[in-house]
Design a protein around this ligand. Structure first.
Ligand SMILES: Nc1ncnc2c1ncn2[C@@H]1O[C@H](COP(=O)(O)OP(=O)(O)OP(=O)(O)O)[C@@H](O)[C@H]1O
Ligand SMILES: [Mg+2]
Length: 232
C-alpha cells in the first residue's frame, strides 16, 4: 500500500490521494486513488507509446519507470503478483490480475470520465502470503527477480486481435534485453502468425544471443509456429 501511495505522490501530478480500507470476514481490500494524469496515459506520453494499453504490457514486463534517476520500476510489478487480486483503473482502462487463476486482463470501457488512477489490492484474510511477507518482498526483492520476468503474452493482443505482425512482435520484445531470462506465458493465446513468430524467436533471439526466452503454456498451433521459426 505504501508503494502505491508513494506512486501517487511521486508520479501522478495530482492534488489529492485517498486511501480506503475495506475488510470483511473473507478479505481485505485497500484502494489508493489519486486525481492526477492517470498511470496509463502518463506512461504512454513519457515513453512515446502508440496506445495507453501498451503501458499495461510494459508494466507487466516490469522494470518500467518513467523516472529512472529516482526509481527502478518495481512497485507495480511486485504488487500485481503478490496480492490475491490487484487492479489499476485509470481513465477508461482496467488492468487486473487474479492470483488464483493467474488471469491477466485488460478492459476498456468506452469514454472514461474517471480521471487519475485507482489501484485496488485485495488479500484474503487467510491468504498464504501475509501482509508482512508482501511488504518484506517490496523492501528487499530477491536477486533473481531483477534478472527474470514472466510476460503474459495475451496482454499484447488488444481486443482479441491476433498476433501476426513483426510490429506486434517488436512491441512484445521491447525492453526484454533488460532481463537475462524472459518467460513468455502464452496462456490465452490460441494462435500466432508466422511473421510474428519469426521476429520473436529467430530475428530478435539472434540479435540477443545471451537472452534466454522460455515460452510456456503453448497451444499446439503456437508450439508449431515457434518450432518452425527456431528451425529456420
Ligand atoms: N498514481 C500514478 N499516476 C501516474 N503514473 C503512475 C502512478 N503510479 C505509477 N505511475 C507510473 O507507472 C510507473 C511504474 O510505477 P512503479 O511503481 O512500478 O515504478 P516506479 O515508481 O517508477 O519505481 P519504484 O516503484 O521501483 O520506485 C511509474 O514510473 C510512473 O510512470
Ligand atoms: Mg513505485
Amino acid at each position: 500500500m505504501t508503494e502505491m501511495v508513494n506512486n501517487a505522490i511521486d508520479h501522478s501530478e495530482g492534488r489529492q490521494v485517498s486511501v480506503l480500507i475495506e475488510r470483511n470476514a473473507l478479505r481485505t481490500t485497500v484502494r489508493v486513488s489519486d486525481d492526477g494524469e492517470g498511470i496509463f496515459h502518463r506512461i504512454q506520453r513519457l515513453m512515446g507509446l502508440y496506445d495507453p494499453r501498451e503501458s499495461i504490457l510494459e508494466l507487466a514486463k516490469g522494470k518500467l519507470t518513467t523516472d529512472p534517476a529516482r526509481h527502478s520500476g518495481e512497485g507495480v510489478f511486485f504488487s500485481s503478483r503478490m496480492f490475491d487480486r490487484f487492479s489499476i483503473m485509470s481513465r477508461n482502462l482496467l488492468f487486473s490480475h487474479e492470483a488464483a487463476s493467474d488471469d491477466w486482463l485488460i478492459e476498456g470501457e468506452g469514454e472514461g470520465e474517471v480521471s487519475g488512477t485507482t489501484v485496488s489490492m485485495t488479500l484474503a484474510n487467510d491468504s498464504a502470503h501475509t501482509t508482512k511477507g508482501v511488504f518484506d518482498a517490496f523492501a528487499a526483492p530477491e536477486e533473481y527477480t531483477f534478472a527474470k520476468t514472466i510476460v503474459p503474452v495475451r496482454l499484447a493482443q488488444h481486443e482479441g486481435e491476433k498476433l501476426v505482425s513483426r510490429s506486434q512482435a517488436k512491441r512484445l520484445t521491447m525492453r526484454f534485453e533488460r532481463f537475462q531470462t524472459v518467460v513468455l506465458d502464452f496462456a490465452g493465446v490460441e494462435e500466432i502468425g508466422q511473421a510474428f513468430a519469426d521476429e520473436v524467436f529467430r530475428v530478435f533471439q539472434a540479435s540477443h544471443p545471451g537472452l534466454e526466452m522460455l515460452p510456456i503454456h503453448l497451444s499446439e498451433g503456437v508450439r508449431n509456429m515457434i518450432a518452425r521459426a527456431q528451425a529456420a
